[in-house]
Design a protein around this ligand. Structure first.
Ligand code: RM4
Ligand code: NI
Length: 268
């Protein structure tokens, strides 16, 4: 594992914020940083492995990485993201802002934002990109101001089951729901009833956003969680299969191998 140093990225020893757009983001090996990173996914799909726990990336996903974290990208497919790199100790921010920034022990450092918020975020990203081309006191200050604006928008623009359903927030809600309820028996017709969307458009949109069919997406989410359990617990493979939503551990092993090219025990 290697560590990325802020010196490579920040333009000036006073810079608190800088941006690195990855369009696309290629597969990238495990690393840590001596800075904080805010990741905003604008399109594409892939696996994000944060401290050994894999999650599926999709548009509107955001994630904070703190200096104690390790992370990597795998199996990316046309993944586009922007990294906002920041040095917490260089920010001269309002004291309230610190309530919005995660610390090492925060448990929730990633979530989805609504499409409405994503439109605002995209505008801020453009402005940040513009400011990052110059290296003046004014532009450094503007970057800090824009960063604060961004932090507040992504916090209040968090996708919840109450977010309104214009502009396809429905599909993000389904993804968010599946990421939390993957161990239940999942059937496309029930999900489409629950979220008031036709199963035809549900499958079409899931495919659009995740690059996987509905069923494969559910398998992917389950396998990700199984990978996590295999590494972080001593539970038996049968128990893990059951815990992530499979009734038959042979079937689980077949699916596991399909997605990871390894059997559960090889992976462990
Ligand atoms: C890489 C990747 C890493 C990030 C660096 C700055 O392409 O996105 O996560 O830390 O850029
Ligand atoms: Ni990184």
């Amino acid at each position: 594992m290697f560590q990325l140093s802020g010196e490579e990225f920040f333009k000036h020893t006073d810079s608190a914020v800088c941006t690195e757009t990855r369009a696309p983001q290629p597969d990238y090996p495990e690393h840590s940083h001596d800075f904080h990173e805010l990741i905003i996914v604008t399109k594409g799909a892939g696996q994000h492995i944060l401290n050994d726990s894999p999650t599926n990336l999709a548009q509107n996903y955001i994630c904070y990485i703190t200096p104690g974290d390790r992370h990597m990208y795998e199996q990316v497919e046309n993944l586009h993201l922007t990294n906002i790199l920041f040095k917490k100790n260089r920010l001269s921010y309002s004291p309230i802002l610190k309530n919005f920034l995660p610390n090492e022990s925060s448990d929730s450092k990633s979530w989805f934002i609504t499409n409405q918020t994503m439109s605002k975020v995209e505008q801020i990203l453009q402005q940040l990109d513009h400011e990052s081309r110059s290296n003046t006191v004014e532009s450094r200050l503007m970057m800090e101001v824009l960063f604060q604006h961004l932090v507040v928008e992504i916090s209040r623009g968090r996708l919840t089951s109450q977010s309104n359903d214009v502009n396809d927030n429905i599909i993000l809600k389904v993804i968010d729901w599946l990421q939390r309820n993957y161990s239940e028996e999942v059937c496309i017709n029930e999900i489409s009833d629950k979220f008031k969307i036709s199963s035809r458009s549900l499958s079409r949109k899931i495919k659009q956003v995740t690059n996987l069919s509905f069923n494969n997406y559910v398998h992917r989410v389950r396998i990700n969680n199984a990978m996590d359990l295999l590494q972080s617990t001593d539970k038996s493979i049968t128990d893990i299969a059951f815990e992530v939503g499979y009734k038959d551990s042979n079937y689980f092993s077949t699916k596991f191998k399909r997605f990871t090219k390894k059997t559960p025990s090889q992976y462990r």
